[in-house]
Design a protein around this ligand. Sequence first.
Ligand SMILES: [Zn+2]
Ligand SMILES: [Zn+2]
Length: 365
Amino acid sequence: MKDYYETLGVSRDASEADIKKAFRQLALKYHPDRNPDNKESEETFKGINEAYSCLIDAEKRTNYDRFGTAEGVGAGQSPFGTGFGDIFDDIFGDFFGTFTGRGKPRPAKGNDLRYDLELTLMESAFGTEKMVEIPRWEFCSDCNGSGSAPGKMPSACPNCRGAGQIRIQQGFFSIAKTCDRCGGAGKIITDPCKACKGQGRIRTYKSISVKIPGGVDTGSRLRISGEGEMGFHGGPRGDLYIYLNIEEHPFFKRDGNDLYCDVPVSFPQAALGAEIEVPLIDGTHKLKIPAGTPSNKIFHIRGKGIQKLGGSHRGDHIVRIYVDVPKSLTQRQRELLEEFAHVTGDEVNKSFKEKIKNLFIGAEK
Ligand SMILES: [Zn+2]
Ligand SMILES: [Zn+2]
């Protein structure tokens, strides 16, 4: 008589959980589906099944511990119940079903799709609606997805007689396997539809209108539920994900909900102060430049940036002033500037030299 504890590699006081765990590992290793045409592992598999069936049953285990056998406990030819289906369902659940092919294929959600969409800064700021063309599978309309030519029906698979699976006797237990011929569907297509070549689906482009809310940014992702790839075995479609990328704008730079732009002023405007017109993404703004404004001075125009996604608050429009030096001058401009230079002398240069001198004197000390 074989020692069931030894077979499963557990101690005599192993808990139910220990036994299940040990069995699970061994069964995965020696399962006939994983070891086709291997007599030895088939025998081992039978052995561990036998041991498990006994030790997992409290009554049988007690008998076994006491008398060294579980036999006689369950009457009939098979002392361990009708088959292994119950055991597998019990401890493997869905897992084994997938590779023994037990049961019909179950509906599953289709794959998700990704689509990359470019937007202009303006579109991203205010939101827009875009038509996108998504390449994806659709049901073949010629055959309504059946794969059979119009007027024809798929016939029952002769291999499994429509069951989708076949049972194989292995020793005293039987295992269900997915039918190779029909792939578990139970039906085969005898007159394939010409449009889809019997696949029941065709590759097409689907036009989808996408509403884009204002405030989206590069890296934003929109999920459009149920517009992904077809489901499996009648399952729902996957989802469509639109990944957004915002094109660079020639004038406005974006940082989060704030916008930046550089605006030139003339030297007299900077020196005397001025009111200049600054372009915004939605209109213009009159900005007061105080007298004596240096280059790179920053001005914040509050609430004129980009709206927050899902909110009404807008970021700032940030203006950086720079003094524009003319590349060429008219005669009149030249005369005036020369006069200006004459009047102011080398003041700027002088005060700079002064600063430098003080700096060196400081260093010599
Ligand atoms: Zn078709
Ligand atoms: Zn079949």
